[in-house]
Design a protein around this ligand. Structure first.
Ligand SMILES: [Zn+2]
Length: 168
C-alpha cells in the first residue's frame, strides 16, 4: 500500500488494487496526463473506466494527451463540503473539454475532465476570471514523491467559441 498523503487536511491514497486510477496517477506523478484510448473505436475516455462508454469494448491503451482544452462549464463552490476547502471558498471547479477530442463522439458528449481551476501557485483562481470558453492547460500539483494532482490553469490564448460567465 502506498504512503497516504495529506491534502488540505484530507488523507489521500490510491490503493495498489485500484485498477482504474493507479496507472492514471502513475502518469500524473511524472507530469503526464494520460487517458485510456479504446482499442476498438479509438475514442479517449475519462474517467478511466474498464469498458468504453461508447462501444463497450474492454480493451484499451494509455495515451498521453496535451492537457490543453477549453472550459466547457464550471461552478463556483460557495459552501465547501470538505472542511479543508472552507478557507478556499468561493472557488471554481471546471469541466474542461480537451483539444484531442473536441465534439467527439458527439457535440454533447465529448472528452471532459473535472478539476480545480488554480493559479500557477495552486491557489484557487478568482471566480471573476472564470468563464465558459476560456482556454486552460493542465498543471500538476506535487503532493508527495509518489502523488501529483492534475489541475487546470488559465492560459493567455484567445477564448474558443462563445464566452459566458455567471452574471455578477
Ligand atoms: Zn470504444
Amino acid at each position: 500500500m502506498p504512503q497516504p498523503v495529506t491534502y488540505r487536511g484530507m488523507t489521500l491514497v490510491v490503493p495498489d488494487n485500484d485498477s482504474e486510477w493507479k496507472e492514471y496517477f502513475e502518469h500524473a506523478r511524472q507530469h503526464r496526463l494520460a487517458l485510456r484510448a479504446c482499442a476498438a473505436c479509438g475514442l479517449l475516455r475519462y474517467p478511466p473506466t474498464h469498458a468504453c462508454p461508447w462501444c463497450m469494448a474492454l480493451e484499451w491503451t494509455w495515451r498521453e494527451v496535451s492537457g490543453r482544452g477549453t472550459i466547457y462549464s464550471y461552478e463556483i463552490v460557495v459552501h465547501a463540503i470538505q472542511p479543508g476547502f472552507k478557507d478556499a471558498a468561493p472557488y471554481p471547479v471546471v469541466l474542461v473539454e480537451l483539444d484531442e477530442q473536441r465534439g467527439a463522439p458527439t457535440p454533447d458528449e465529448a472528452l471532459r475532465i473535472v478539476a480545480n481551476l488554480v493559479r500557477p501557485d495552486f491557489t484557487p483562481e478568482d471566480e471573476k476570471s472564470v468563464a465558459i470558453g476560456k482556454r486552460v492547460r493542465v498543471v500538476f500539483q506535487d503532493l508527495a514523491d509518489h502523488l501529483a494532482l492534475p489541475q487546470f490553469t488559465l492560459t493567455d490564448e484567445p477564448a474558443a467559441g462563445r464566452v459566458w460567465r455567471l452574471p455578477g
